[in-house]
Ligand binder design. Structure first.
Ligand code: F6P
Length: 747
């Protein structure tokens, strides 16, 4: 401490001494100048009083009288002596004390203003006098002032100044040392508290350096935030460990132990259908269910969806709730009942005739009707209300799914301001020129910005989304961290490429499956086969795929009767005219190509327009030499990933459209432009002729990618990001709460 004090005091004293050294002579000179100017004025006053008698005596040549007058004038206190000089600079008379060594030259202003003589320190002042008749001065009265009193005073002033500086320096030094001591102690204590994680946030019982008890929950929040960041860092660095269902469950247990998770989507994960007297349970052909079921199972949450099955009402309770999955109930499915008009307006109309073609570049004109929009708004509100009713807590995590729900996020935030809303948009987000076609574009964007996180499939879709916000809404966008600030809400926009479960189910040896499937399809053994598995949708590029097959069989006739495309087309949205027309076109094209290139041995295209169960689809993947994914535009396309996952023999070739999100990840596929029948047909020929070694090399790399970038990673990374948002919001809320009340600090 002594060292610390000296460190402050010594430089301070030096600084004060230097200041005194510089300023005291300055003060001295200043006071001397003031005094001398006073003396000069006095001299003039004295001269003015004696000028009359002097003139008289001088004119009468009364030398003794002149000397007498000078002696009289010099009797004034502090006046030493006086002399009268003529125009030639000669002394004509002087007072008794006037020094013999001083001549009239002293009257010249260029001579020293202070004379240090043996008679003392004297200051000469010259006052011009007019003693004759001429109008100009004829004489000069030289007055010598005794300056000893000035010397005395200046010495006193100097002494006072030095004492004042010294006292000032001492006081400042003492204050500085005191402040330094206090700050140092506080600083040391603060640093120690930081390092030990105690100090200001330590509970009362543990020591005196504590503050308001109200800070304790904040401490817990901050600690949990740190722990979460630590886990996140560990998770990021340990990405190679891979995500699995178990890891996702473990993450949910640590991050969401006491939390409530609600999923909201149009399509339900299970549908109860009446088949005669029986009720059967079916699962829709949807990647969404694969992705979110593990999350809800682990969290025992609630899934809110449209109850569209014919027996759904029959098996659900008064609130539309039923426990699923049927074989091992672990979460609640809350069904929403919609009228036929609502389904027509909200689902078929606005979502599938408007937003679907708007977001996919498939050259189908979007249709926007005001009537559909009204239903869309009403149904969105009903979904949001159902989420609110399902919530057992004020702050559930709500996972909003897909393009049917863009208005729901803000509607939920309005009713449950503490909820965390994460929205995943499964389909592409178009460029803003295209998106701008939607007459309700602002409302769609505003609704989505009610989310804390908006997830999309690819970076390009994120860029398009942010661009649309930038174009159509007033907001602040941080491109660096991909966030949108609007109306006091913050939305992060990020890519979360959706995927499939891994590991895939254990299967029988692939040769056995192939033999069984060939028999089932009526294809001869050893027949080469490509597979297409899709919903019957115009974005899937079925017509283009058929054209590629036609190109192959036309350009390489040796494949006729030796190759077949097996196309499974699951009927979809079949009440819509566009889908009905597409269905007819697909059937016509398959028929035409079969007529032209089919043989008795095998058709060119084997089209099966019906829903196939998951196991059959897997068997088809394992039997096929090639999988054809030729979408004209697709958010991700999980068929591509499912095919790769099913090929545990590392064989088979994936032919993949560059217009799918999957093509951004599966670079070892044969990438094609489906709009070119020739290019796609040639790629098909290449796939059929590809040596097994090349197939293995490509397939292994793709499998490794899908293994590590599986559905658990998709869900896990989104949920970890959401957990981070939740912690941040909790800490912020706590701080705001503390700021609103006076803080009592006990030091
Ligand atoms: O691709 C978007 C998507 O919503 C998928 O998530 C889902 O598999 C598919 O469309 C199903 O569409 P629908 O519910 O209209 O049958």
């Amino acid at each position: 401490m002594l060292k610390l004090s000296l460190r402050f005091v010594v430089p301070l004293l030096l600084a004060v001494a230097a200041l005194a050294y510089l300023s005291v002579p300055l003060m001295d000179r200043l006071t001397l100048r003031w005094f001398m100017s006073d003396l000069d004025q006095r001299s003039h006053a004295i001269a003015a009083t004696v000028v009359g008698p002097l003139r008289e005596a001088q004119q009468q040549a009364m030398a003794a009288r002149v000397t007498g007058l000078l002696n009289a004038a010099a009797t004034d206190e502090r006046l030493h002596s006086a002399a009268l000089c003529d125009a030639q600079g000669r002394i004509v008379a002087r007072s008794a004390m006037f020094p013999a060594t001083v001549g009239c030259a002293a009257a010249d202003p260029s001579t020293p203003r202070v004379l240090r003589l043996e008679q003392g320190v004297l200051h000469p002042t010259a006052v011009p006098l007019r003693l004759g008749d001429s109008p100009a001065p004829t004489h000069t009265m030289l007055v010598l002032h005794d300056m000893s009193f000035i010397e005395l005073r200046s010495g006193e002033t100097r002494w006072y100044a030095i004492v004042t500086f010294a006292v000032l320096a001492l006081v400042v030094a003492l204050i500085t040392v005191a402040v330094a001591h206090l700050s140092w102690r506080g600083w040391v204590r603060g640093v120690r508290a930081m390092l030990t994680g105690e100090g200001l946030l330590r509970p009362f019982a543990e020591g005196p350096a504590t503050i308001d008890k109200a800070l304790l929950p904040l401490e817990a929040e901050v600690r949990s935030l740190f722990r979460r960041l630590e886990r996140q860092r560990a998770a990021d660095t340990g990405a190679s460990e891979g995500w699995s269902a178990q890891r996702l469950r473990a993450m949910l247990q640590t991050e969401y132990a006491d939390d409530e998770i609600i999923v909201v989507s149009n399509r339900q994960p299970y549908s109860h259908e009446r088949r005669g007297d029986e009720v059967v349970v079916t699962q829709p052909a949807s990647g969404l269910v694969t992705a979110l079921e593990p999350v809800l199972r682990a969290a025992s949450g609630t899934w809110v969806a449209h109850g569209s099955g014919s027996a759904d009402q029959q098996v659900s309770d008064r609130d539309g709730c039923v426990q699923v999955p049927p074989e091992q109930p672990s979460y609640t499915l809350r069904r929403l009942w919609l009228t036929t008009e609502q389904v027509k307006g909200y689902y078929e109309g606005f979502a599938n005739e408007g937003l679907w073609p708007l977001c996919h570049i498939a050259h189908v004109r979007p249709v926007f009707r005001a009537e559909d929009w009204r239903h869309f708004v009403d149904v969105s509100q009903r979904f949001a209300d159902a989420v609110v009713k399902s919530a057992r807590r004020a702050d559930p995590l709500v996972l909003v799914q897909d393009y049917h729900m863009p208005l729901v996020p803000q509607m939920i935030r309005d009713r449950l301001p503490q909820a965390t809303v994460v929205t995943f948009w499964h389909i592409p987000w178009p460029m803003s020129e295209t998106f701008g076609i939607c007459p309700w574009r602002e409302q769609i964007l505003e609704g989505l910005l009610g989310s804390h996180i908006v997830g999309l499939q690819t970076r390009a879709h994120c860029r398009n989304f942010i661009d649309a916000v930038d174009t159509f809404l007033e907001s602040r966008i941080e491109h660096e961290d991909s966030t949108v600030h609007r109306g006091g809400q913050l939305t992060r926009v990020a890519p979360y490429p959706i995927s499939i479960a891994w590991p895939p189910a254990n299967e029988e040896p692939i040769e056995a499956t192939r033999a069984r499937i060939h028999q089932w399809l009526g294809l001869p053994p050893g027949h080469r086969m490509a597979i297409g598995i899709d919903r019957l949708d115009y974005i899937k590029g079925l017509i283009e795929r058929f054209a590629a097959v036609e190109h192959l069989l036309r350009s390489q006739p040796q494949w006729r009767g030796r190759f077949t495309l097996v196309q499974v087309a699951s009927p979809s949205r079949s009440d819509l005219p566009e889908y009905q027309a597409f269905h007819d076109r697909v059937l016509d094209e398959a028929r035409r190509i079969n007529d032209a290139y089919g043989t008795e041995r095998a058709p060119a295209i084997l089209l099966r327009v019906e829903h196939h169960g998951a196991q059959t689809v897997r068997d088809l993947y394992r039997s096929a030499d090639v999988a054809m994914v030729t979408s004209l535009h697709d958010g991700m396309n999980l068929v591509a990933k499912e095919y790769v996952a099913a090929r545990d023999d590392d064989l088979g070739v994936l032919l993949l459209s560059v217009f799918t999100g999957a093509s951004r990840e599966l670079h070892e596929a044969l990438l094609v432009n489906p709009y070119s029948a020739e290019q796609t047909g040639e790629a098909l020929a290449r796939a059929l002729a590809m040596p097994p070694a090349e197939q293995r090399e490509r397939m292994r790399t793709m499998r490794a990618w899908v293994r590590s970038h599986n559905i658990y990673r998709w869900a896990g990374s989104m949920l970890i990001d959401a957990a981070r948002v939740r912690s941040r919001e909790r800490v912020t809320a706590r701080i705001e709460q503390l700021q609103r009340r006076p803080l009592k600090v006990a030091v």
